[in-house]
Design a protein around this ligand. Structure first.
Ligand code: NAD
Length: 455
């Protein structure tokens, strides 16, 4: 029996959407038992058939993009445009990893006196723990390659945003993915999340969330030498050199930090601008921020919605020192957890605004004098997830990219995520990589077998 119910709230209007079960430790145990039993069957499904099931799953998600998007707008306050992209990303990620099932090849290694072969074997039951900021894509970055590798999956969505995960599981069952192969269990991190981490039948945890909880999970997982992939916080830099196309850099900078209301681990929340271009950039950036359409996320032209909760809005507001505010964008008043895009200047690198992840629409702008200062300011962070470099000098772009300790950088662009390229963080931004051509490998053990041909 669930230990209770929790309310799922629409952050745009504060209305209760529905109640969802808070499952117990005992129920989580049962779910893991079923996943564990199903593993021996799922891993033996012929590769072509497993690939076809994943393609059918992808197609079914593709047929429900609008439904999933509307569910996410209501549950998470994402703009309709973003939510459509997110549902489409789940479809694409499933299709991409469907292609890896029949390519999970081992090696034949030259050795003395025999033949040596490696096998890639699925790791077992995988627990996937997801945050509330991008419920659909983040879940799929774990479950698609895990299912492709032959693992069974137990997925725990965040308390605030479980609805799309629950619907995606139904879409999987409709096309024949067995129930026990892919299960979604709702509940709290302290109960369901902890139960997944501590159960030794769960052989890997894919965790995306705060660095604090990530460290706690890594410590707990160490007792069983359980594999972990951790995708944690960020405090990324958007570096603008004076030789950049300033108009383009400034026009796109709001989307680099205020997309998803800044609730994005890749948010470029520290803009660093070369001193001689600082004033020009700031004028252009101010125009762009003021034009940003912060409004009902259901409107086709909305560019930014609300924050996820009242509690989170208080946390974001607690960072903002009004005396350092340069300018703000707009935000609706009335119901909903709205917060305006907020730009601050004169922030000392020791200030928590420069160091801590705000996870809201708040950005600092800082001037730098030289290429080396830009690199050292960008690296002056516990985090290292993403970042941008704006310059027309190719050599400088490469030098700076090589100098920054970060997993995902873009030059003259703010895009961090493509399903076909690896994604993950340096330093306290995480451990391991998701997406890209090798993600399936992280759900496999390598087995080496030597065959003596001399007897
Ligand atoms: P969170 O750490 O509070 O929660 C994330 C998930 O972990 C939730 O499902 C929660 O229920 C669960 N959880 C909480 N305590 C747990 C415990 N003791 N054991 C097991 N599970 C537990 O994070 P959040 O507030 O939901 O998300 C915001 C954070 O996620 C930000 O720091 C953000 O940067 C990070 N994030 C990182 C990435 C990335 O790819 N690097 C992507 C998105 C979000």
């Amino acid at each position: 029996m669930p230990i209770g119910m929790f309310e799922v709230i629409n952050p745009s209007n504060e209305q209760v959407l529905r109640e969802v079960a808070a499952h117990s430790e005992a129920e989580t145990f049962e779910v893991i038992t079923r996943a564990s039993d199903a593993f021996s069957r799922w891993r033996k499904v012929a590769p072509g058939q497993r690939a076809n099931l994943l393609r059918a799953f992808a197609d079914n998600v593709g047929r429900h993009i609008e439904e999933l998007a509307l569910l996410e707008v209501a549950n998470s306050g994402h703009t309709l445009t973003n939510a459509r992209w997110e549902a489409g990303n789940v479809r694409d990620v499933l299709n991409y990893y469907a292609g890896s099932v029949e390519r999970l090849t081992g090696k034949q290694i030259p050795v003395a006196n025999g033949i040596d072969i490696t096998f890639k074997e699925p790791i077992g039951v995988v627990g996937i723990i997801v945050p509330w900021n991008f419920p659909m894509p983040i879940a799929s970055w774990g479950f698609a390659p895990a299912l492709a590798a032959g693992c069974t999956v137990v997925l725990k969505p965040a308390e605030a945003t479980p609805l799309t995960a629950m619907r995606i599981a139904e879409l999987a069952y409709e096309v024949g993915i067995p129930h026990d192969v892919f299960q979604v269990i709702t509940g709290s991190g302290r109960v369901v999340g902890e139960a997944l981490v501590h159960d030794d039948r769960v052989r890997k945890i894919v965790f995306t969330g705060s660095t604090e909880v990530g460290i706690h999970i890594q410590r707990a997982a160490a007792k069983q030498v359980k594999r972990v992939t951790l995708e944690l916080g960020g405090k990324s830099a958007n570096i603008v050199f004076k030789d950049a196309d300033l108009e383009k850099a400034a026009a796109s900078a709001p989307y680099a930090v205020f997309d998803n209301a800044g609730q994005d681990c890749c948010a470029r929340s520290r803009i660093l601008v070369e001193k001689s271009a600082y004033d020009d950039f700031l004028n252009l950036f101010s125009d762009a921020v003021k034009k940003l359409r912060v409004k009902d996320p259901l409107s086709e032209d909305s560019e930014m919605g609300p924050l996820i909760s009242a509690f989170h809005r208080e946390s974001v507001a607690s960072f903002v020192d009004e005396s350092l505010v340069l300018f703000k964008g707009s935000a609706p008043t009335g119901k909903g957890f709205w917060y305006p895009p907020t730009v601050l200047g004169g922030v000392n690198p020791g200030h928590r605004l420069f160091r801590d992840e705000v996870f809201g629409p708040v950005v600092t702008v800082t001037a730098f004098e030289s290429e080396s200062e830009a690199i050292s300011l960008a690296n002056d962070s516990d985090y290292g997830l993403s970042g941008s470099i704006w310059t027309s000098n190719l050599g400088k772009a490469i030098r700076v990219a090589q100098g920054i300790e970060s997993g995902n950088l873009s030059v003259n662009s703010n895009s961090s995520v493509r399903y076909s390229t690896p994604f993950g963080g340096y330093k306290r931004s995480g451990l391991g990589r998701e997406l890209g051509p090798d993600a399936t490998d992280s759900f496999c053990e390598i087995k080496n077998v030597f065959i003596n041909t001399e007897i």
